[in-house]
Design a protein around this ligand. Structure first.
Ligand code: SF4
Ligand code: SF4
Length: 334
């Protein structure tokens, strides 16, 4: 069942699914993205999860057990993608990493890097290297001022120190220790909106700057568009920019991005075990559906299948994934 984008604050957008022109069918599921909860040592302005140090929501031991069962039972899962909050500080992190690596699956940890300097998490780089997990780390700009403005004072410096520690362990040079960085544009303060620059060109700039100034190496740069949800939505609303930003995204619609949209081959699971088509839908509470109703981890286990959802649920903010070169948790799409 499709949930069509209705008017957002009086905006007359073309409903996303009408723009696509055909039902957005699921493909066989290959990726499980698990959001372990909302606690984080940072509270970034662009955070679509609205995470922060005061948040207490996290995975339960029962759900952790069910997720491990899922990882072991479904051979079709290629990748376990752990996010949060800061996934490293949330319940279930290590058991899930070890269960997935034990089954030979790729594990991605979405790290804010600064967590390595919090008490109790100092050994996290060594742990990740030992387990061979792929680290995907936010570094929304290679310049200090821009990063500190978005993520808080001192975050750039801590990120650079963390990247150096990861490099010293082989991340960025050992082919088994992948280190990717994530760029997202600064939030707009006026009608002058922008999409991320071309990923390959920006990646080259990041490589040159970080190597020349800090001797830092990394693998790929992933560019991600700011979707108008979470704190970004609040930011836009306060400046009366929500409508014009959505129109900007729609005006940049690129049909070539639809085929590889990440929501088609992944499931996103929240800390309560509810299932969504992507992390953005999770943050907006737009759950995956079958003709029988919404889906949970328990239902998938009972049915013995991950492929029970026919169509992706969509909303107006989906235009953020199809604008320009497209956007996903794995970066640009085309
Ligand atoms: S963007 Fe990432 S690091 Fe920043 S508050 Fe949100 S979860 Fe934490
Ligand atoms: S927000 Fe993006 S990834 Fe999520 S359902 Fe919409 S198009 Fe798919």
């Amino acid at each position: 069942m499709q949930v069509k984008a209705g008017p957002v604050e009086g905006v007359q957008l073309t409903p996303f699914i009408d723009k696509v022109g055909f039902p957005l069918r699921k493909k066989p599921i290959e990726v499980l993205q698990i959001n372990l909860g909302k606690r984080c040592n940072l509270a970034c302005t662009h955070c679509h999860v609205e995470a922060g140090p005061q948040r207490t929501e996290e995975l339960s031991p029962e759900l952790c057990y069910q997720l491990i069962e899922m990882i072991r039972r479904f051979g079709q899962i290629k990748t376990i993608d752990l996010t949060g909050g800061a996934p490293e500080m949330l319940y279930g992190f290590k058991p899930l990493v070890e269960a997935a690596r034990g089954e030979g699956k790729e594990v991605i940890v979405r790290s804010n890097l600064t967590i390595y300097f919090e008490r109790g998490y100092e050994d996290m780089p060594e742990y990740c290297a030992h387990q061979g997990v792929r680290i995907v780390a936010s570094l929304p700009c290679y310049l200090e001022d821009n990063v500190d403005k978005m993520r808080g004072r001192g975050v750039y410096d801590a990120s650079i120190r963390a990247l150096r520690r990861l490099n010293a362990l082989g991340y960025g040079s050992n082919p088994d220790l992948i280190l990717d960085l994530v760029y997202n544009p600064q939030l707009p303060t006026g009608e002058k909106f922008s999409l991320p620059p071309a990923q390959a060109k920006l990646e080259k700039d990041y490589h040159e700057f970080l190597l020349a100034h800090f001797g830092i190496k990394f693998n790929r740069l992933l560019t991600i568009t700011n979707l108008p949800i979470g704190r970004t939505k609040l930011h836009l609303k306060r400046r009366n920019l929500s409508e014009s930003y959505l129109h900007f995204l729609e005006a940049n619609y690129n049909g070539d991005t639809v085929e590889p949209l990440m929501c088609r081959s992944q499931l996103s699971i929240d800390y309560l075990g509810n299932v969504y088509d992507c992390d953005f839908n999770q943050m907006e509470g737009l759950r995956s559906r079958t003709p029988e109703g919404t889906v949970t981890v328990g239902i998938l286990l009972a049915k013995g299948s991950l492929d029970v959802i026919e169509e992706v649920e969509t909303a107006a903010y989906c235009y953020g994934c199809t604008a320009g070169c497209g956007s996903s948790c794995g970066g640009a799409l085309v």
